[in-house]
Design a protein around this ligand. Structure first.
Ligand code: ADP
Ligand code: MG
Length: 584
């Protein structure tokens, strides 16, 4: 009696069928899945190629192996040891279950399989050669425990399929990607890839996910990752995500596995990104390695022949849990510490000696009133956001001064030097407040003097269309002449600013941006209001104003970045300063 059985036709009919072997990487995937299912802890992938393409794939594992009878059966279509009948389909714990991979591969290539069951006598191994689906050789041999499968002359009898293969390097890249994904989903298995005799990648056994990441992408990336954990009664989320500063232009580095199966899921990738909220700019994606264990009954893997897609029961709960786990991991993490070190300026600039230019009397007067107005506006803007937030999330810091009227220089208790982008910082404060008020349904604040806008026809058409949306966000406005609008009230969060220029700029931004059509227009309006209502870059601030701004920033939920994902605070700790001055 063997473990492997041929499935009955009824069960076969229930299985999502289709081609599984479309390129060399598909062969590698199926062989690796078999090795993992066989309980291997160490897997070697040896690939050979010539200029024309991949010539040979050999996968060796130290798994449970097969008896000679099982080895022959394994090549039968629908022969599997992993499920027995339809009922088993609803709770699959293995990566394979269709019993088709070996049969399909052997139909389009020459396959040599050498295997010996764990614990069997050393000479009880079997060697089987299958070509074009026919067993052409069968012998008993001495073999190590485990299984080796060699695939050669892939697609030799299907020229059409061969024609679709891409360059050798592209096919190799696909193979590496397959190994990477499975290695990440199985941190407890050692993977080693050799190409034409050269070691190409490797992970260690029992290293866990973080070690697999270090092995595949380097220790620097692994060190910079933040650990994520989440739990519901029926699932556990584990993994690592990058700090916002380590973002990428596309989602290719969002790696997801469910119950050890490497999968693609736009929904889960989106849920991970959602956990970053405004920590990431719209067009950036994090680096993430997320592994989810779910009760097998809730995961349907029988959706697609390549098994890269799964269907989840209770998907909304699972997605929400992923988002929450990522958000929780990021909140309270000292995200500023990791701002990449800029190359240190080695130049020393000697100031030119010369007389200080002295302004004429009239200029002093004019600049005094301008400065007064500037300070008064900043004051209004800061007063607006006074007394919000609760918990203090930033280290204590005392402002020392301002650089370029844009960056606040501050000192931390431990001698850390902080640079704070004043506009970005206040934008964060205001954004949080506007969001809160918006969600609490806070309405509008009437302007004492309505702001009048005269617009070119095209823009006024756009504004006319947008009035219902803007009204929903707390603006009250009407058209009272040809292409002329009166704004009578603004969202409460913008209200106290009462600066007509700010109101005009906010509406101009709204009309100029893609926000009118963006999927989340409310969010777009909030961002604009936050940006326009915030203390400006280039505005000189008094010591007291700087202090207030830092205090307000510290009480936001995510003080380290502005709503567009740019940093608000950059820290240079004492050690780094010492390093710059070579005191160490
Ligand atoms: P599936 O993995 O869907 O069951 P396959 O055609 O990939 O179908 O494999 C058929 C059977 O051969 C498996 O169910 C398993 O019992 C056996 N098998 C395949 N590869 C290995 C291996 N590396 N080690 C041990 N058994 C294997
Ligand atoms: Mg399989």
């Amino acid at each position: 009696m063997t473990k492997i059985q041929v499935l009955d036709p009824e069960t076969v009919n229930q299985i999502a069928a289709g081609e599984v072997v479309e390129r060399p990487a598909s062969v590698v995937k199926e062989l690796l899945e078999n090795a993992i299912d066989a309980g291997a802890t160490s897997i070697l992938i040896d690939v050979a190629s010539d200029l024309a393409g991949i010539t040979k794939i050999r996968v060796t594992d130290n798994g449970e192996g097969m008896t000679p009878e099982e080895a022959v059966l394994a090549f039968h279509p629908h022969a599997t040891s992993k499920i027995r009948d339809i009922a088993d389909l609803s709770a699959i714990k293995t990566l394979g279950f269709r019993g088709e991979a070996l049969a399909t591969i052997a139909a389009v290539a020459e396959v040599t399989l050498v295997t010996r069951p764990r614990g069997a006598a050393a000479l009880a191994g079997a060697r089987i050669v299958v070509r074009g689906g026919e067993v052409v050789e069968k012998s008993e041999v001495g073999a190590p425990e485990g299984t080796t499968v060699v695939v050669e002359r892939l697609f030799y009898n299907t020229p059409a399929r061969r024609k679709f293969l891409k360059s050798r390097n592209t096919e190799l890249a696909h193979i590496y990607a397959v190994v990477e994904n499975l290695a990440l989903a199985h941190g407890d298995v050692a993977f080693r890839v050799v190409h034409n005799g050269k070691e190409r990648m490797g992970t260690q056994r029992s290293g866990g996910l973080l070690n697999a990441v270090a092995g595949l992408y380097g220790a620097d990336l692994a060190r910079a990752l933040i650990s994520v954990e989440g739990r519901l009664p029926f699932l556990a989320i584990r993994g690592y995500v990058s700090r916002p500063s380590e973002s990428r232009g596309n989602p290719s580095q969002v790696v997801i596995s469910i119950n050890g199966r490497s999968i693609t899921s736009r929904q889960i990738a989106a849920a991970i990104r959602e956990g970053y909220g405004t920590l990431l700019p719209k067009d950036r994606y994090p680096v993430a390695f997320i592994d989810i264990s779910i009760e097998t009954g809730l995961v349907d893997v029988n959706v697609h022949p390549t098994k890269r897609e799964v269907r989840l029961s209770r998907e909304p709960e699972i997605l929400a849990a992923v988002t929450a786990a990522v958000a929780e991991a990021l909140v309270g993490h000292d995200l500023a510490r990791d701002v990449p070190a800029e190359p240190v300026q080695q130049q020393i600039v000697v100031p030119e000696p010369g007389p200080e230019p002295r302004p004429a009397v009239g200029e002093v007067e004019a600049s005094y009133t301008a400065r007064h107005r500037e300070l008064a506006l900043s004051d209004k803007q800061l007063r607006r956001t006074e007394g919000t937030g609760a918990e203090n999330l930033l280290p204590a810091m005392e402002p020392v001064g301002q650089v370029a009227a844009t960056y606040i220089v501050a000192e931390g208790a431990d001698g850390t030097l902080y640079l704070v982008d004043q506009h970005a910082a206040h934008e964060r404060v205001l954004y949080d407040q506007v969001t809160e008020q918006r969600d609490a349904g806070a309405g509008s604040q009437e302007l004492i003097i309505p702001v009048v806008l005269s617009l070119p026809p095209k823009e006024s058409a756009a504004l006319r269309d947008a009035i219902p949306l803007l009204t929903g966000e707390g603006f009250v406005m009407e058209e009272f002449g040809r292409d002329t609008f009166a704004v009578r009230a603004v969202p409460a969060a913008l209200g106290a600013v009462e600066d007509p220029e700010t109101v005009r700029e906010t509406i101009a931004d709204f009309l100029a941006g893609e926000s009118r059509t963006a999927p989340d227009r409310r969010e777009a309006v909030t961002c604009i209001v936050a940006c326009r209502g915030a203390v400006k870059a280039g505005a000189r601030l008094t010591h007291d104003q700087q202090k207030r701004l830092l205090a307000q920033l510290a009480r936001t939920k995510t003080p380290w970045t502005c709503p567009h994902g740019r940093p608000t605070v950059v820290a240079f700790d004492k050690r780094r300063l010492d390093g710059i001055f070579r005191r160490r």
